[in-house]
Design a protein around this ligand. Structure first.
Ligand code: CU
Length: 184
């Protein structure tokens, strides 16, 4: 099988896995990919550039963590919160995880059948005084094709901002947010 057909087969199985009942747990919802048909490209439309106010934003990332891979899957989710410690506004454009094939910004939305589904979302703005939250049940980084990580590992990656550029982040691999873990 070519690499492309392997990927397509993987995506097809993910789509099947996502066709669960509405009573799916939040965990399995987070892992489902029923939205892999990219039907909402309007969300991805080019945004006008942010105004340059002369102050380079400084991104303060906290609570960066990643779920251990569920058994047999090469897809997992990563989360963080961030705020600006300088500057007025910036825009998260994309993310990378070292060793992963691909990372997508994901959100949840109601589909035509009234079920919550994940889908890729476009760039996300953050203004001074706000907190950008990527957390279970909400926005998250969907991490594809990363070698299996387990609790206690650290995954390094990069958040890419329109103005601040590349921000390196260490994601603590844990089934719970770091602030809820016993050793914190
Ligand atoms: Cu997702």
């Amino acid at each position: 099988m070519s690499k492309t057909s392997v990927l397509l087969a993987a995506l097809a199985s993910l789509s099947v896995a996502a066709c669960g009942a509405p009573s799916d747990t939040e965990e399995s919802a987070s892992m489902g990919h029923g939205d892999m048909h990219h039907g909402e490209m309007s969300e991805m439309a080019e945004l006008p550039p942010l105004a340059d106010d002369g102050v380079m934003p400084v991104i303060d990332v906290q609570e960066a963590w990643m779920r251990p891979h569920p058994g047999g899957r090469d897809v997992t989710a990563a989360y963080f919160t961030l705020a600006l410690s300088a500057g007025s506004v910036d825009r998260l454009l994309s993310a990378r995880i070292d060793g992963a094939e691909r990372v997508e910004l994901h959100g949840h939305s109601m589909n035509d059948e009234g079920m919550m589904q994940m889908r890729a979302i476009g760039p996300q703005d953050v203004s001074a005084g706000e907190t950008m939250v990527f957390a279970p049940g909400g926005h998250h980084l969907m991490v594809f094709g990363l070698a299996t990580v387990v609790e206690g590992d650290t995954a390094t990656g990069t958040l890419v901002f329109e103005r601040a550029g590349e921000v390196e982040v260490s994601f603590q691999v844990s089934p719970l947010p770091p602030s809820m873990s016993a050793d914190n």
